[in-house]
Design a protein around this ligand. Structure first.
Ligand SMILES: *[C@@H]1O[C@H](CO)[C@@H](O)[C@H](O)[C@H]1NC(C)=O
Ligand SMILES: *[C@@H]1O[C@H](CO)[C@@H](O)[C@H](O)[C@H]1NC(C)=O
Ligand SMILES: *[C@@H]1O[C@H](CO)[C@@H](O)[C@H](O)[C@H]1NC(C)=O
Length: 448
């Protein structure tokens, strides 16, 4: 045996013991089981290629035939943050772990309902804009694009999808998008033939920004009563808040947005917190790993996202274009929606940006015939599996939920309670049922 042939034998032995690693031997970044039922792009304009990215997950354990199983649309905030944050970090069926692996989420919102995540407005997440000028700067245009995208989605499915009750949900800046899209649907439906209407059943908003001039006025007291600032600081912060409100009242939208930014920056400096999104957290929400994960070619290919699009969690281009919108109100749109469908407003109790006091401030200003009865309604302790999950107040079409132990990204902090909340509210079951009204009907009937 020559030395070269024995070397080959040894090499051969080595190779058979340690076969070369190929790509297919590595665990896939996107396991098949975790893939959305469908994902890709929904066209929004027949005369251009503009489209919004979506990821759709059918219900895992629906309680009814699919034709009557609710369909929930989820919209992220920002402006300009991708709904893939909601999907993979908060409420989707698979959540990302620190080592960039996906694992099943037992508290997913698609246990009973279908879930449709949409990256909106154009320019957000995987919904790349062909140029900065195609990014919409106003709610009515954002809403029109969403309307077209939802219509595209429904049209590409069996007719039975049209009868599914549709709920618009979202958090933070979606406190603007959700009412605007619902308002648009209510306006558009009558001009469409009945089979092409959108079966809007309700809207749900978590820690939303909806009526900023009322909301901006609450930061100083919220921080003061949480013990985070003293009386002198409170007075200073109130001055800054008043500046923001005055600029908004004068229609100076860019200056008003800057003034709001100053309020939050000042509060951040004064408190030194890791994040204003949750006064109890020692670190900000760990969403940065999504940027690494979603920009892997393999992941983009699995999701059907455009290869050339760089995914960013929150688009600076979109927030820049939408800056004039920041201090504008959509309260009048909520007023229209609550008269025609159901509204759920929920907040994580630890949020210092769009928290409980901030929401209560504008709810009180709602111009709706039911608001007096709502404000008179008892706020009840809400329990999930025997533990206090938060507080619940409701009357007629309006429900308000405070979620204990949660900051701004409520489903990320309290998956179990949040799943119980969305299922209870959509299905009108348990604490979210209509027993008082039913009792009233019953006593009326008896006295007849
Ligand atoms: C659709 O695209 C055309 C051409 O780019 C544009 O002029 C029009 O404003 C767009 N329509 C909407 C609703 O965005
Ligand atoms: C917050 O602190 C930074 C760093 O010290 C400073 O540059 C900034 O001006 C402060 N902002 C406000 C609103 O006080
Ligand atoms: C609640 O919504 C329903 C439609 O779902 C509507 O008929 C009713 O008038 C609304 N109630 C109030 C008080 O606005």
């Amino acid at each position: 045996m020559s030395s070269s042939s024995s070397l080959l034998t040894i090499l051969g032995l080595l190779l058979s013991t340690f076969p070369p690693l190929t790509n297919s031997d590595l665990p896939p970044l996107y396991p098949k089981a975790a893939l959305p039922t469908e994902s890709g792009y929904l066209p929004i304009n027949t005369s251009s290629s503009a489209a919004l990215f979506f990821a759709f997950y059918e219900a895992q354990k629906p309680l009814s035939p699919l034709a009557s199983t609710p369909l929930l649309v989820w919209l992220q905030g920002g402006p300009g943050c991708s709904s893939m944050v909601g999907n993979l970090f908060e409420l989707g069926p698979w959540l990302i772990s620190d080592d960039l692996l996906l694992s099943p989420n037992p508290f997913s919102w698609n246990r009973r309902f279908a879930l449709l995540f949409i990256d909106s407005p154009l320019g957000t997440g995987f919904s790349s804009a062909s140029s900065p000028v195609s990014i919409p700067g106003e709610q009515p245009t954002v809403a029109a694009h969403l309307f077209s995208a939802i219509q595209s989605f429904l049209s590409s499915h069996p007719l039975s999808f049209r009868s599914r009750p549709l709920f618009l949900t979202g958090e933070s800046y979606a406190g603007k998008y959700v009412p605007a899209a619902a308002y648009h649907i209510l306006r558009q439906n009558p001009i469409f033939p009945p089979p092409l209407r959108i079966n809007l059943a309700g809207v749900a908003i978590g820690n939303g920004l909806t009526h900023p001039t009322a909301q901006i006025g609450t930061h100083a007291s919220a921080a003061y009563f949480a013990g985070l600032i003293n009386d002198r600081q409170r007075a200073k912060l109130e001055d800054l808040q008043n500046d923001a409100t005055a600029l908004a009242r004068a229609g100076k939208w860019l200056e008003a947005a800057d003034a709001r930014g100053l309020v939050l920056e000042w509060l951040q400096n004064a408190t030194g917190l890791a994040t204003l999104y949750d006064l109890t957290k020692k670190k900000p929400y760990a969403t940065a790993k999504l940027t690494v994960f979603l920009n892997r070619e393999e992941v983009k290919a699995a999701l059907g996202a455009k290869k050339e699009t760089t995914w960013v969690e929150c688009s600076k281009a979109v927030s820049h274009v939408m800056k004039k919108d920041i201090m504008k109100s959509v309260k009048f749109m909520v007023e229209e929606v609550v008269k025609n469908s159901r509204v759920l407003l929920y907040q994580g109790i630890f949020d210092l940006r769009d928290g409980v006091a901030s929401t209560e401030a504008w709810m009180k200003e709602m111009n709706w015939e039911g608001i007096g009865s709502f404000l008179d309604a008892e706020r009840r302790v809400w329990r999930v599996e025997g533990e206090v999950a938060g507080y619940l107040q409701k009357w007629g079409n309006l429900t308000h939920v405070v979620v204990s132990g949660a900051g701004h990204l409520v489903p990320a902090d309290q998956g179990r309670s949040t799943q119980a909340m969305i299922e209870g509210w959509v299905l009108k079951s348990g604490d979210f049922g209509e027993e008082e009204e039913e009792e009233k009907d019953f006593s009326l009937r008896r006295s007849e």
